[in-house]
Design a protein around this ligand. Structure first.
Ligand code: G3P
Length: 217
């Protein structure tokens, strides 16, 4: 499973990339607003930091303007993935962009039918939002399972990018459900390494090692 980080904070991205755990980055207009940075500037900086796919989202909702914005975004760097809303205009733009080799991420997916449409127009990634479905008492993980089955039934190559991940458990479940990618907030990525038995075991090893009076170096 590939790990993308879901943030526009360059320091978090640099730190995570240095761990070797990061395959890519996703952003959205809310994350850009939170960063307080200039959109194009921050996307360029992220693309220089991480060689993998970096999703940058269009702001318009109408086909003609979406296409103009996509043209600007894809020229920012070779690893930009144009993120498009799951609307008819967004899907139409996805089809056109796919046709000329641009990578796309269709976002705000909340149903299996929406995911089917994104695959039909050749999206590189589909982003089902797990946490936001859970928020309204709908099982977000079931959506990942359903999309996996549909995509496998028809051998669609669109990758399932599990988004709106809020907990470490979401990551485990998305991996079990067969998501190709998880886009995860930085704090949750670090939490994946935590286990109380690892912590207590290591404390004991450090203590016992000190007791030997030896040094490896
Ligand atoms: O990748 C989409 C993600 O940023 C949405 O997450 O927590 O705002 O639902 P959230």
């Amino acid at each position: 499973m590939k790990f993308f980080v879901d943030t526009a904070e360059i320091k978090d991205i640099r730190d995570l990339y240095a761990t070797g755990l990061l395959d890519g980055v996703t952003t959205n207009p809310s994350l850009i607003a939170k960063s307080g940075r200039d959109f194009k500037e921050v996307i360029k900086e992220i693309c220089e930091t991480v060689p993998g796919p970096v999703s940058a989202e269009v702001a318009s909702t109408e086909y003609e303007t979406i296409m103009k914005e996509a043209d600007v975004l894809r020229k920012l760097a070779d690893n930009v993935v144009v993120k498009l809303p799951l609307t008819v205009d967004g899907l139409k733009a996805c089809k056109a962009l796919t046709g000329d080799g641009t990578k796309t991420n269709v976002t705000l997916c909340f149903s299996a039918n929406q995911a089917l449409l994104a695959a039909k127009v050749g999206a590189t990634y589909i982003s089902p939002f797990i946490g936001r479905l859970d928020d309204i008492n709908i099982d977000g993980m079931q959506l990942i399972r359903d999309i996996r089955q549909i995509y496998d039934n028809y051998a669609f190559s669109t990758e399932i990018l599990a988004a709106s991940i809020r907990t470490a458990n979401h990551v485990t479940e998305a991996a079990l459900a067969g998501a190709d990618v998880a886009t995860i907030p930085p704090a949750v990525i670090y939490k994946l390494a935590d286990h109380p038995l690892t912590k207590s075991g290591l404390e004991q090893f450090v203590k016992d090692w000190k007791g030997t009076g030896q040094s490896i170096l």
